[in-house]
Design a protein around this ligand. Sequence first.
Ligand code: PLP
Length: 428
Amino acid sequence: MTDSAMHDPELVFHSWSAQAALNPLELVGGSGAVIRDAAGTEYLDFSCMLVNVNIGHQHPAVVAAIQEQAATLATVGPAFGSRVRGEAARLILDRAPGGFTKVFFTNGGADANENAIRLARLTTGRTKVLSTYRSYHGNTGAAIVATGDWRRMPNEYAVGHVHFFGPYLYRSEFWASTPQEESERALHHLRRVIEAEGPQTIAAILLETVPGTAGIMVPPPGYLQGVRELAHQHGIVLILDEVMAGFGRTGAWLALDNYGVVPDLITFAKGVNSGYVPVGGVMISEPIAKQFDERVFPGGLTYSGHPLAMASIVGALTAMESEGIVENAARIGEQVLAPGLQALAQEIEIIGEVRGLGVFWAIELVEDRASRAPLSAARMGAIKAGLLNAGMLPFVQDNRIHVVPPCSITDEQAQRGLEIYREVLASA
Ligand code: PLP
């Protein structure tokens, strides 16, 4: 703590942590890919906080949009009409595949998934939701139980959730040795899970288009198309969770654009407004939206479509479009991060694999390449400290570094980030 008046964490109860030993870095300012702490030290932000600041810090157009809306009408109840809400919905649906006609706004990603699951259950009259073990879908009732990772276990109160394994060739559950094999065998496994659970009991398959927190596992060829077909065949609603992967992160507006897959529902949050104001939502395809033309939708939130959040969406999406920020993410991915990270993987013994696209990459660290044993927590801790010391705010998750800078990052900043990884990992 740099200032005795900073009562965080003394009075603030923090997420996912034992509280006693916390000593959070106090952040006070930033611009673009740079963030500054209370001592005046600047860091290259290769975390985007929680992979949400896609447009970069303190984008002037987004800040101005929020300020203007605050000065006009700072809050509007969800039952009232709001021009800025309609405009935000239009800008979002313009980026969805054809056939998506409505947006339900939520406060963040978890309740977006919560409401997508609700829509799927109401539409099908079925209960079960299938999702993968390597996933994160948020920290509320159904979303945390749909989640696959360790955070599910202390929270398993919701019912009707079934998990399966998705594709992850580096640590294949299917003894596969090529992306094609991994894809086919993962689809076979899912087909068997559907049959064994009873297709007539399954409301939804909920998948991150590119699983993020669990390791940025780019789906192998044909996998998402195969899931789409299976869902279609059995009348199951396909929900793609684009909370982390959406709005520029993969170098496309939506991650699903990379695969040409059209789900029934799309959940979003994070990158849609870069987290300047909390917001999320569900994009709803026409057949599902129409269900509720005459039937009451039994769901709502005091802050659904909050005007400050809506203004920040309009500001962010307009600026991302006019400044070519999504194109920049694609170019940085192809021209700087892909070759740079692949070169690092050649050079540095503890790198088991690098994988990703756009500004969405994972460096998977191992004790040795033959066994692929994950690098120990102690060594990961030392690497994290080393990266911070070298002037980077990193995203470290389990035995991986997630390379997730803003979509707006410059070539020089991306190169500098690669140099910092090299310096720290070569000496780890
Ligand atoms: N879905 C995915 C894929 C996420 O990565 C996250 C958060 O990291 C969520 C849902 C939950 O979003 P929120 O924390 O806004 O509730």
